[in-house]
Design a protein around this ligand. Structure first.
Ligand SMILES: [Zn+2]
Length: 316
């Protein structure tokens, strides 16, 4: 359960103030692995008996050992993310019951963490709100969520909000070096500098490169060169790839800058020259329409061809 190096300061700043700890907090940031690890690590530290100077858990005391064995009597975890389930109202009732028991150690905290809190159903969010309205003594709730806007305003207003930073370029480079992660030139830019995407999207990236190879041909893209593999991760994913690519052409046309594909700067520049701004905007409009229905049950192959025909028009 290592936390990202760029989250260490968040933990330090947060726990330095633990005497004024709010009863509920929302940690929000797009990287679910990093977010959940940080929340767990903070909970473990709050329960640890020999916290280290830099506000990290000792990993050695009885409490830390219980925590690592997921058997800590004063910690309640709601994490349905693996099964992709909604968080049921029964789970929140269990949480409430947990808070009503006295803590194992005298005067110790009782802590609950709700991961991926965007998956709270309406009923479970309301049940949670009831707990937040009258939090029992020494009880603390941590909610982890990707987007703050996905939390009910009534819940948000009762929580301390902690925004998780993204790594700087230098932090990211160091992380990749220290962890001996192999990446291609341009891969990080394509994945929006996300560590999580780096580990999860390895296979996807190879296919994205294949798609880009074809898109580089501009007006000469051949529909016969497409393969069903391009749709392995869904139509929406394909739309995302081509959207990034055409955004790059658009950006180049306006500013000569690059964003997602630094390695293809030259080709993008040539395509930008062959394109018209009007056609690029028309394509964006069209692809946004397709994106709206791209997760519904539609004929994906047909839409793939349609998108490529529209793409070719950019350069006509
Ligand atoms: Zn400890």
């Amino acid at each position: 359960m290592d936390i990202y190096p760029w989250h260490k300061n968040v933990q330090l700043a947060f726990l330095r103030n633990k005497t004024n700890l709010s009863h509920a907090q929302i940690f929000f940031g797009s990287d679910s692995v990093g977010r959940n690890n940080l929340v767990r690590n903070i909970c473990q530290t709050l329960l640890c008996h020999q916290v280290l100077d830099d506000q990290l858990p000792c990993q050695d005391c009885e409490s830390c050992n219980w925590f690592k064995n997921t058997s800590h009597p004063d910690f309640f975890l709601v994490d349905e993310s693996e099964d992709n389930l909604n968080i049921s109202v029964d789970k929140i009732r269990e949480l409430k019951d947990f808070f009503e028991l006295s803590s194992h150690y005298q005067d110790s905290y009782k802590i609950a963490a709700v991961m991926n809190a965007e998956n709270l159903s309406k009923a479970s969010a309301n049940a949670l709100l009831k707990i937040l309205e009258e939090p029992p003594n020494n009880c603390y709730i941590f909610l982890a969520i990707a987007n703050l806007s996905n939390a009910l305003p009534t819940i948000r207003s009762r929580c301390q909000l902690v925004s998780l930073p993204n790594p700087s370029k230098e932090q990211m480079d160091l992380y990749i070096k220290n962890n001996e992660i192999k990446i291609d030139h341009g891969q990080l830019e394509f994945l929006n500098n996300s560590v999580q995407a780096l580990s999860e999207e390895k296979d996807r990236y190879a296919i994205a490169l294949e798609i880009i190879e074809e898109l580089k041909k501009g007006n000469s893209v051949q529909l016969s060169k497409t393969t069903t593999k391009w749709l392995d991760y869904g139509l929406k994913w394909f739309v995302d790839v081509i959207q990034k690519w055409t955004y790059e052409i658009f950006l180049n046309k306006l500013t000569s800058q690059h964003c997602y594909f630094p390695q293809h700067h030259e080709v993008v520049g040539e395509l930008a020259k062959k394109s018209s701004l009007e056609n690029l905007l028309l394509f964006q409009k069209r692809i946004n329409e397709i994106k709206l229905y791209s997760t519904k049950s539609v004929n994906k192959d047909l839409n793939l061809d349609l998108i490529l025909l529209e793409y070719k028009k950019i350069f006509s």
